[in-house]
Design a binder for this molecule. Sequence first.
Ligand SMILES: NC(=O)c1ccc[n+]([C@@H]2O[C@H](COP(=O)([O-])OP(=O)(O)OC[C@H]3O[C@@H](n4cnc5c(N)ncnc54)[C@H](O)[C@@H]3O)[C@@H](O)[C@H]2O)c1
Length: 390
Amino acid sequence: MTMSSETLTVKHSTGKYPILVEPKSLDALGEQFERRSLKSPVGIVTNRRVNDLYGDRIREGLRGAGFVTRTVLMPDGERYKNLATVEQLINALLKQKMERNGTILALGGGVTGDVTGFVASILFRGVRWVQVPTTLLAQVDASVGGKTGVNHEFGKNIIGAFHQPELVVIDPEVNLTLETRDRLSGYAEMLKMAFILDPSFLDVLIKYRDKIIDGDDVNMLSRAISRSVALKAQIVTEDERESNRRRVLNFGHTFAHALEKVTEYKRYRHGEAVLLGMYAAGWLSNQVSGLSNDNWEIMRSILRDVPFDQQVDDLDAAKVVAAMEGDKKTRHDRINYVLLKRFGDVTITDAVSPTAAQLAVQAMKVAFSNSGNTDDESTSDANVSATGKL
Ligand SMILES: NC(=O)c1ccc[n+]([C@@H]2O[C@H](COP(=O)([O-])OP(=O)(O)OC[C@H]3O[C@@H](n4cnc5c(N)ncnc54)[C@H](O)[C@@H]3O)[C@@H](O)[C@H]2O)c1
């Protein structure tokens, strides 16, 4: 079997960095570090689960090339993506004699990447860092673009910095040890890229949905990851600091962040919340930004065909919308919605009433309710739109 391998490049204001997508690249980190003239000590930040799975391979590869490594562990879970963890990590790294000229390596999912990148951005006013994303979501999205940060009780990701990595190494094989819902979560972010940027990618994602979510075809996974990374890389190259173009990547995220917040970051994986958020944003797009009925029908069936099985019934639409008020994408007291005009064409608007947003959440609940059946759901969805005053 031939293994597919690809190197993509992200350009930014002060340089560029490679993103290597290659099976077994986890074992070749030493060579990659040498190529980029990265220095010891290498402060590896990870959590226990990922360390048990991949820590030794990473350390062996680096030590084999003469690098000195130090490993610090952070707790597992979105609820630990906060300033307290940042402080704990900085303390642990300093105790382990981390140096300004050394390298910080984030080994883990998007939570580890976001927190570690933020630590790298503030420790010694900036340490060089490398990302080795180990979830599908982190590989296709979180590890690309240099956005780092943590959550605050006032909202998700509202404390952070742009800090570009020196290198991103993606080994598609690590997805095999993920829970199925984590591959589903990454799949949802790939769908987002396709809806907003590349409708032809949708065909691939529909065709190979089960293979991606089951994770048993590494070559196919590699190709889907590369394609998704290429799409994101292009956007972040155009707009490094999210002044404009990059905001399209927030499609579905205003709702998603609120859903994560009202469920205290415990119920949904980020990508699961994005799946639900895209449904709400798609529904709104059909109501207010001209997404055709045909496109919306396709979109809603793609989203509903994803084998998502977490609870939505008890969500309070008013509370979800209230939580959106605190999100950092709110400017001048109005929420900015990223909506579709058609597949591949996005608009950003604040002309959406809280009532309309609540109806969108309601429609999403009906669509993903575990108790309903298909006929009832479409009737209720139609009722929601008929009664909705936008
Ligand atoms: N910076 C960005 O541009 C950006 C973009 C998208 C998402 N994000 C952030 O990413 C986060 C979500 O990331 P996530 O979905 O990776 O969640 P996560 O980091 O919590 O990982 C999910 C679970 O998978 C485990 N895990 C990681 N790799 C594994 C492996 N190979 N095998 C088995 N288990 C493994 C983790 O320990 C965790 O329990 C959110 O905080 C989100 O805000 C950031």
